[in-house]
Design a binder for this molecule. Structure first.
Ligand code: PMP
Length: 445
């Protein structure tokens, strides 16, 4: 196979300049670029030839491990056979097959899948479907979308409007109106160092009743939450919190959307964490592990009552004027089907659940180390929250990330919280390596 890039060729600083990197301090990164040039299983290889243990599955997405031969071959075969097929008024068999397979993995009652190209698009699609659903049922006044503080729902205008990360929102100033936010569920004093789901905090769901009373149910279309908020530091829902949200939504005719872009595909429970938490939402968004990160793809899954409500017009009408040039792209479907086959054949979701108690113990063994103010975990997710350096939020986390990288472990910093989300194929020794690397770094900071 031809080599695209010579791993030992470290680019000159000037040649790095044109690429405007996302969610990155471009100036800082380009002074000391850390380029990854190869990946295999649990490991990346850097441009300087050093191997790095991947503690975050790329960006919460490579759940079956890197460069899986079956996925590479599926993509390659598809590219040779059908490089592209339009998805409007046309289609190709794999998109239908993948949708059918996904529905079979979804909680009972889910019937249909809308494909997009990312988590952000899956979220915007979900919000638009929720609005269209309410209008189709004669509830045109239901235009309000409710998100949550400390939520991340991607970067589209829709997702950003319901997200709750102030720095992401403030940079743009002008976001779609008619949104509101529930408080987040994190309270360190009440739930610090909880293992798995905190027992305190179910009552926080009742804030939804207050918002509904404030705005009137007749104006509210949908509520969107990540079952576990990932990007803001693995905030685990209190026991019974999601159940209470579901109940309040049902009482008021409000749709409940679970953003499962991170929690899906074995990260927490099975293909979707909804079953794990025992709550059935109306709409689920997915991406990342959907294709094992190999080809960009998003998916929005809906229950039959949502789909059916939009299928009531004239039989030849376009039911949802929405879609992307690359919806259901053949290469993405090929990657997704191959990934799903690996997840099933290797029983990776149950493997992850079996590993999870060991993972939990390993994460919580860092309690008492310098700067550690909280530890959270669920499934194969964990967060070690560090005390910020006064006046320099994020610096301790970034320094820690860089030092771990130097020691051969990729652990992500979100602010001053170190987050872990490894490929589900991780072995116990690799779990130990990840947490002992961070332990060494913290002891020597
Ligand atoms: N929703 C959630 C919960 C996410 O974690 C992310 C990405 N981290 C997104 C949406 C956006 O996905 P993407 O970056 O693929 O647009």
């Amino acid at each position: 196979m031809s080599q695209i890039q010579n791993p030992s060729a470290i680019p000159s600083p000037a040649s790095l300049d044109p690429y405007w990197m996302p969610f990155t301090s471009n100036r800082r990164f380009k002074q000391n670029p850390q380029l990854l040039v190869e990946a295999d299983g649990m490991y990346y290889t850097r441009a300087d030839g050093k191997r790095v243990l991947d503690g975050i599955a790329g960006l919460w997405c490579v759940n079956a491990g890197h460069r899986r031969r079956e996925i590479v071959e599926a993509i390659s075969c598809m590219a040779h056979q059908l490089d592209y097929a339009p998805s409007f008024q046309s289609g190709h068999p794999l998109a239908f097959e993948f949708a059918e397979q996904l529905v079979s993995e979804a909680p009972a009652g889910f019937s249909n899948v809308f494909f997009s190209n990312s988590g952000s698009e899956a979220v915007d699609t979900a919000l638009k479907i929720a609005l269209a659903y309410q209008r189709a049922r004669g509830n045109a006044s239901r235009v309000r979308l409710i998100g949550r503080a400390r939520a991340y729902h991607g970067v589209g205008f829709g997702g950003l409007s319901v997200s709750g990360i102030s720095s992401h929102r403030k940079a743009f100033g002008n976001l779609p109106p008619y949104t509101d936010h529930l408080p987040h569920t994190y309270n360190r004093a009440e739930m610090g160092f909880s293992r798995g789901q905190p027992t305190w905090g179910a009552h926080l769901a009742d804030d939804l009743s207050n918002l509904v009373a404030l705005h009137d149910a007749s104006t509210v279309a949908a509520v969107i939450v990540e079952p576990v908020s990932g990007s803001t530091g693995v905030l685990v829902p209190p026991v019974d919190y999601l159940q209470r949200l579901r109940k309040i939504c049902d009482e008021h005719g409000i749709l409940l959307i679970f953003d499962e872009v991170i929690t899906g595909f074995g990260r927490v429970g099975g293909a979707f964490s909804a079953d794990f938490f025992g709550v059935v939402p109306d709409i689920i968004t997915s991406a990342k592990g959907l294709t094992n990160g190999a080809v960009p793809m998003g998916a929005t899954l809906v229950r039959s009552h949502v789909y059916d409500a939009l299928m009531q017009g004239a039989p030849d009408a376009i039911e949802l004027p929405h879609g992307y040039t690359y919806s259901g792209h053949p290469l993405a479907c090929a990657a997704g089907l191959a990934a799903l086959k690996i997840y099933r054949d290797e029983e990776l979701f149950s493997r992850a659940q079996r590993m999870s108690p060991y993972w939990e113990d390993a994460a919580h063994s860092l309690k008492g180390l310098p700067y550690v103010v909280d530890i959270r975990n669920i499934g194969l997710l964990a967060a070690i929250e560090l005390e910020p350096i006064p006046g320099q939020p994020g610096k301790r986390g970034y320094d820690c990330h860089m030092r771990c990288l130097e020691k051969g472990a990729l652990i992500r910093a979100t602010g001053d919280t170190m987050v872990f989300s490894p490929p589900l194929i991780i072995e116990k020794e690799e779990v130990d390596t990840l947490f002992s690397t961070l332990t060494d770094v913290l002891k020597n900071m």
